[in-house]
Design a protein around this ligand. Structure first.
Ligand SMILES: [Zn+2]
Ligand SMILES: [Zn+2]
Length: 297
């Protein structure tokens, strides 16, 4: 099973600029592609990274030139989308996903309550000039709920509700004995921590919301004044490490980087995490997700 990262940024896209470099980790919002051992393609979340993924599936260069025939540009492509929730940073890439517009392609959307209604509403005028119904691919909409198991090709997907500012779901994706768990847009230590642990158990990879530093999350614990980002629905790498150690995770991938975290800050957090993990699980591998990252397990 291969995991490819097309967008790793949380909340809003963060193009690199003179004052803040985001070149290394990327500026696009969440989109992760899973390629199963039988070739099944599952896309998790439809942030702005989905546009770039769509171009690759269509054999289109970054400059927009068609380079080769693919199953998706000849109308034979099939893809399933798992949507964690409907926040903008997780859906804005959908209208720019070119395989949607090709007759013969099949796109299955899986999301929580309101799947079909909310995705169609996003592309209604005046928000977007083309309505979802008017795109040429064939589409199916499936609603899931906490505890559901979904079979897609050879993949088994367990769906669990997590804690965020609105309803959000995490996914445990199994390909035989290999496991990738996706838990983005989650705040630790709230109501559904048990669900997070259930999803993460013995995962080869845990993709985890590490949007903030501990200082940003809770300045008072560092003797500073300010509200911090408590109850904003996101987490920190220290919690990712604790959860990984408790759940027996092999590799922790920090994800959903704040738009205000430049490359230097993310590098520093990973350096800090290498020290911090020693008190919990010194064998745990920790990396920060970046656009273009591919992990084969
Ligand atoms: Zn988000
Ligand atoms: Zn969110």
């Amino acid at each position: 099973m291969k995991t490819k990262f097309w967008g790793t940024r949380g909340s809003i896209s963060a193009p690199s600029c003179k004052e803040l470099s985001t070149i290394k980790y990327g500026g696009n919002t969440p989109c992760v592609e899973i390629i199963a051992s039988d070739g099944t393609i599952v896309v998790i979340d439809m942030g702005t990274g989905m546009r770039v993924l769509g171009n690759e599936l269509m054999g289109i260069s970054p400059e927009g030139e068609k380079e080769k025939d693919t199953s998706f540009n000849t109308g034979k492509g099939e893809v399933s989308v798992l949507l964690s929730h409907f926040h903008w940073d997780h859906i804005q890439g959908m209208p720019f996903f070119k395989p949607l517009y090709v007759k013969g392609n099949k796109v299955d959307f899986y999301a929580g309550e309101g799947c079909e209604k909310n995705l169609k509403y996003q592309m209604k005028k005046p928000f977007f000039p083309v309505e979802l119904n008017d795109t040429m691919s064939s589409k199916n909409y499936f609603e899931f709920k906490d505890g559901d198991i979904i079979n897609i090709g050879c993949l088994k997907v367990e769906v669990r509700k997590l804690d965020h500012t609105d309803d959000v779901y995490g996914f445990r994706i199994e390909d035989g004995s290999k496991v990738v768990t996706y838990a983005s847009d989650v705040e630790h230590d709230l109501n559904n921590k048990g669900n997070l642990m259930r999803l993460a158990r013995d995962s080869d990879i845990l993709i985890y919301d590490c949007q903030y530093t501990y200082m940003e999350y809770d300045p008072e614990s560092h003797g500073q004044k300010g509200m911090g980002k408590r109850q904003w629905g996101h987490s920190i790498i220290q919690e990712g490490i604790k959860i990984s150690a408790e759940a027996g995770v092999k590799k922790l991938v920090s994800f959903h980087h704040s738009p205000e975290s430049g490359d230097v800050k993310i590098d520093d957090v990973i350096k800090f995490a290498e020290e911090y993990k020693k008190d919990f699980d010194s064998k745990l591998k920790i990396i920060a997700a970046h656009e273009g990252l591919e992990i084969d397990i």
